[in-house]
Every structure is written in structure tokens, then in C-alpha cells.
Design a protein. Structure first.
Length: 284
């Protein structure tokens, strides 16, 4: 079982929205999911209680007992535990970080939010935890989004973003994911999940039997040292100008290096892996 902790020492950064939508995406990807809500507001727990489908589990525990709870969950064949945390520094948030395999640091692309993210990042790095940033409430093609990606990428990997959409708020209030209310957002949620799945589970998380290699990505090995550059060219031709920054964000430098190391070690084609990561883009 992997533990995914969503953490930011700021209220309103989108932690619960991200947690609930990723939980549904992971379940639909065939994983057994359990949630832990360490936030005093219990918004994730309320979302879970409002959910009609009995597909996702939830565990009520305390900061003091969290480590023991995680140990017990590992014996119950769960694949992924997602932990929502308070919007302030506390024993609950610190313990949630300690048990994490990967930490998501969500942030809105505004100057005030970005300036405050250092406190969250310092605690994560002090505990030597692997982390990624996720921008929330973004506007596609905006200068604010591009500047935020540029600033955050100096410190770590930046996952695909959650755009600003009313449907995310509506979904949180009704116990569903945004994709269950509006199928048009399924692709953007899936893109975030595919990114995180590689970070959590490695390349084996990509289900190769579902892959459909494209002619462009078969040629990726022609430029093995710069796959993100070649994918930018591919995206421009297949997806249009507006999607290029999303491709660059998706195949970020840190992820590229992780994949190259994995592929060499396991003798797996970089072509197959990258196509798996991008198949949701290329279907659209």
C-alpha cells in the first residue's frame, strides 16, 4: 500500500477537492482506496458520507495512532491511502507527512499563495519526503499559470493542474467526483492521476495492455536526450498550441530522469512508457 498525503499550511488550497477526485480516479483505475481525514473541518469525511457508492473506504483515527493505523491497513490489502490534512501546522499534519510515500503540495497560482508555500515546502523537505506540486484553480493559457509553473518547477516536479471549474465545488458538496457530474473533465483528472501513479507505483502502474502506440511516439527514440522537447513538437501537431505547456508540465525534468533510470534498469522501452503517460492526451 502507498500513502499519498495532501498538505499545505494554508486553508483553501484545494486539498479536499484534490483528495476526493483522485480517490475516485484511482478506484476507477482498479485500486482499493481508503481515505483518512486529519483535518478538524472533516470536509473529506463529509464528502465520503454524502457519497452513495460504497466504493471507497474511510478510516477515523488520531494523530497519535496514525502510524499504527497505517501499519494495520497494510495488512488489509489496500492499494492506496489518501490523507487530507489541516490547513495549518499541527501534530496531525506532521504525522501525516511522516507516513507518506508521496506528498502533494497544492497551491493556487496567485502571488500571495505562492509566497506562502515556502513554509509547507520546508517541513516536507525537513522530513525528506518525496513531493510534487499541483496547481489548483488555474486558467488555461494564463500568464499567472505559466509564471506559477516556472516558479514552482525550480523547487520540484509540477503535476498537471486542476483548472478553475464550478463543477469541482459542486462535486465536493454532493459526494461525487467532478468527472461523475461532467464527463468533459474526466481527461484532466485522469491526467493528474496518471502522473501521480508513476510517482507512486513506478512504470508498472501503466497498464501496457491498454496502450495504443502512435506513429509519433514510436519516433521518440530519435531524440532520446530530449523527450520533453520532442513531445512538445508532437503536441503542437496533434493537440494544438494551447496544450504545449501542459505537455511540458507533464513530462517534467524530474519525472523524465526517474523514467530513464527505471527504463535502463528494467530494460523497458521509453517509447512505451511515455505513450502510456500521454495516452489520455492523445485520445482527445
Amino acid at each position: 500500500m502507498k500513502v499519498l498525503t495532501i498538505f499545505n499550511i494554508t486553508n483553501g488550497s484545494g486539498k479536499t477537492t484534490i483528495a476526493s477526485n483522485l480517490a475516485v480516479a484511482a478506484f476507477k483505475n482498479g485500486l482499493k482506496i481508503i481515505l483518512i481525514d486529519m483535518d478538524e473541518n472533516k470536509k473529506l469525511e463529509i464528502w465520503w458520507k454524502n457519497r452513495k457508492e460504497e466504493d471507497i473506504h474511510l478510516l477515523d483515527t488520531t494523530a497519535e495512532n496514525l502510524e499504527n493505523s497505517i501499519r494495520q491497513l497494510r495488512e488489509k490489502n489496500f492499494d492506496l491511502c489518501i490523507i487530507d490534512t489541516p490547513g495549518h501546522k499541527s501534530q496531525s499534519s506532521e504525522n501525516a507527512l511522516k507516513v507518506a510515500d508521496l506528498v502533494i503540495i497544492p497551491c493556487e497560482p496567485t502571488a500571495s499563495r505562492l509566497s506562502n508555500i515556502g513554509r509547507s515546502l520546508n517541513l516536507v523537505e525537513t522530513l525528506k519526503k518525496k513531493f510534487v506540486f499541483i496547481l489548483n484553480k488555474t486558467t488555461e493559457g494564463s500568464r499567472e499559470k505559466s509564471q506559477a509553473i516556472s516558479a514552482l518547477s525550480m523547487f520540484g516536479a509540477v503535476a498537471p493542474a486542476f483548472p478553475m471549474r464550478v463543477v469541482y465545488n459542486e462535486a465536493l458538496e454532493t459526494g461525487v467526483s467532478a468527472s461523475e457530474l461532467d464527463s468533459s473533465v474526466a481527461g484532466e483528472i485522469s491526467l493528474v492521476w496518471e502522473f501521480l501513479k508513476i510517482k507512486l507505483f513506478g512504470v508498472n502502474g501503466v497498464q501496457k495492455e491498454k496502450l495504443s502506440l502512435t506513429e509519433d511516439l514510436v519516433k521518440i527514440e530519435e531524440e532520446p536526450n530530449e523527450p520533453s522537447l520532442y513531445l512538445t513538437k508532437t503536441a503542437q501537431k496533434n493537440l494544438g498550441h494551447s496544450d504545449r505547456d501542459r505537455i511540458n508540465m507533464y513530462i517534467d525534468k524530474n519525472l523524465k530522469e526517474d523514467l530513464q533510470i527505471y527504463c535502463v534498469r528494467h530494460k523497458i522501452s521509453m517509447t512505451d512508457v511515455l505513450e502510456g503517460l500521454l495516452r489520455e492526451f492523445l485520445k482527445n
